[in-house]
Design a protein around this ligand. Structure first.
Ligand code: ARG
Length: 562
């Protein structure tokens, strides 16, 4: 409709080109001032005439075009009131399609998203929950834009900590205890190692020796390590199942252990490597950064070396358009260093196509617990607690509902995801159960409840599909505001992708839910007048589908009843 107005203006005043008109066209601050407003100040300079008079001229010239119901000069502005029927028809055409919101921008391009990536033998804490949720949502968003997405779990499964774990296991562990208690047991003996190593430094030498054995392919060492990894993955998969999150690759740090040599060689050849105290580094003083450590004194590789190897492996394997890393803000320097090294190696694409997506901390309200304060909150505990709390609410308010457990699961998990993704990712996430679970705040349950309400309207009327409707039935503000809001969906998706911000989608879904509730309050659906009923139900269907699809992009499911 905007283009229609631009063309109308262009026909009226050919002194300005289409782009200029588009740049000048405004949305009036108040509903009663029309749908678009065109200021005439610029034309006044060109035509050497008062803007008020120009506005009056334009209004008269295009006053009776069929696309507008009214064109009025208001001082130096021309205000346009769209023909509601044509406008609504247009809107409906856009938003009713099955593929509404699907975009083609990403066709033929691949994006790698590196997210979740927990550290083997450590429990999954709320920080890892955030990367998992943000990464998963970005995956859905990019896929919706037509990209092929590789979901990569860069497991932290290599490094000196495994030498320590092997020593600890041999000294204080048992197969039964690890089998029974999983990661908790591994963490326990790991802590024990550190306590003992304080008193007896030779333990550290032993640990280094075991890690060296791992690097040299010692069978016994690798067998224990492999087992620890399996034990850990069982727990991680349990969490991924709860969340409904998946991956295309679990190639973690260990996958690159035989690929770091080539990187070191290339760095040497290109004259980038400098020896410092027996270690090898790439100095980055020119870029105001600490040097990037490549190999340690004993020649072993580190986290950064494996990330470098991973970049080249992914470029060769997936030929990515972009490779995106979702981690906490504390890794900002690490990624800046690694990306800079790739650039210095002569790969121009490193500048634009390697992207770090950082996020803030998680804390309980009152700031008592944060992931860096040592008081760790485990993801699984918080997810289970959320589901249990919702179960209690259901028992109290709606105990006869079908599929109680399934509903509690979707709402309990949805509440956590929504709370995580509703604010800009760089902001800290605060846990306050009352707020997260409130059914009338800006929460997941509120949006899900709105969806269930729409579903129940359709159940009650027994209508699930409506084709053509009588447009003249839809002229009220609440309906129009809702449809206009929904029509933003494609641009919302694009904006979320450009900014790597799932919150843009979360805000949109919230707004549609609020507008739907307003619409629903104003418009009874089950009315006598059949035409009116069908028109309103059509809007319910469209809103319901949009909420569902928006929530899907966030990784949230909707129960049909709540
Ligand atoms: N394992 C790391 C951590 O838990 C995150 C890995 C992120 N990805 C990467 N390619 N470095 O902090």
């Amino acid at each position: 409709m905007k283009n229609t107005i631009i063309n109308l203006i262009h026909q009226g005043v050919n002194e300005l080109d289409i782009e200029t008109i588009e740049g000048l066209l405004e949305i009036p601050p108040k509903e009663d001032m029309g749908d678009f407003a065109f200021p005439c100040f610029q034309l006044a300079k060109i035509l050497k005439k008062a803007p008020n008079m120009i506005a009056a001229d334009i209004a008269e010239k295009i006053g009776d075009a069929k696309e507008v119901s009214k064109v009025v000069a208001m001082g130096p502005y021309v205000n346009f009131y769209l023909n509601k029927e044509i406008y609504v028809n247009n809107l409906l055409e856009q938003v009713s399609s099955n593929t509404f919101g699907d975009l083609e921008v990403g066709k033929g391009k691949t994006i790698c998203i590196d997210y979740s990536s927990p550290n083997v033998a450590k429990k999954f804490h709320v920080g890892h929950l955030r990367t998992t949720l943000i990464g998963n949502s970005l995956y859905h968003i990019f896929e919706k834009m037509g990209y092929k997405v590789e979901r990569i779990n860069h497991l932290g499964d290599w490094g000196t900590q495994f030498g320590k774990l092997i020593v600890a296991y041999k000294k204080w562990g048992s197969r039964e205890a690890v089998e029974e208690n999983g990661i908790a047991e591994l963490m326990k003996i790991y802590v024990k190692f550190h306590e003992e190593a304080e008193k007896d430094d030779t333990l550290n030498d032993e640990a280094r020796a075991w890690f060296l054995k791992m690097e040299q392919g010692n069978e016994e060492a690798l067998e224990i390590w492999e087992w620890f990894k399996e034990i850990s993955l069982i727990e991680y998969h349990r969490i991924y199942d709860i969340l409904g999150v998946g991956f295309d690759s679990f190639a973690g740090e260990s996958f690159y252990r035989d690929k770091t040599g080539a990187v070191v060689e290339e760095l040497t050849q290109k004259g980038l490597l400098v020896e410092s105290d027996g270690a090898n580094i790439v100095p980055l003083d020119d870029y105001d950064m600490a040097p990037c450590l490549i190999t340690k004194k004993d020649g072993s590789s580190i986290y950064a070396t494996r990330d470098l190897a991973a970049i080249f492996y992914r470029k060769n394997t997936y030929n990515f358009d972009k490779c995106i890393y979702v981690t906490g803000l504390e890794q900002k320097l690490h990624f800046a260093q690694v990306f800079k090294v790739v650039e210095l190696m002569g790969y121009e694409w490193a500048k634009e196509n390697l992207i770090h997506v950082p996020y803030g901390l998680v804390s309980l309200e009152g700031g008592k617990l944060s992931t860096r304060s040592g008081n760790i909150i485990y993801a699984e505990d918080i997810l289970n607690e959320s589901v249990n709390k919702i179960k209690e609410v259901i028992e109290e308010k709606n105990p006869d509902i079908k599929d109680k457990d399934d509903v509690a699961h979707k709402v309990g998990i949805g509440a956590i995801i929504f709370n995580d993704l509703y604010n800009q990712r760089i902001k800290d996430v605060i846990f306050n159960w009352d707020k997260i679970h409130s059914f009338d705040g800006e929460t997941g349950p509120y949006v899900q409840y709105t969806y269930a309400r729409a579903a129940s309207v359709l159940r009650k009327t027994g209508i699930n599909q409506v084709e053509d409707i009588d447009i003249s039935c839809i002229t009220d503000e609440a309906s129009l505001t809702l449809l206009k809001d929904i029509a933003r969906f494609p641009s919302v998706i694009e904006n979320a992708a450009n900014r790597l911000e799932p919150s843009v989608v979360a805000r949109f879904v919230m707004s549609v839910a609020q507008n739907f509730n307003h619409f629903y309050h104003e418009n009874q659906c089950n009315v006598e007048d059949e035409k009116l009923k069908l028109a309103r139900i059509k809007i319910v269907i469209i809103a319901k589908n949009t909420i569902k699809e928006g929530l899907r992009l966030l990784g949230i499911q909707c129960p049909e009843q709540m």
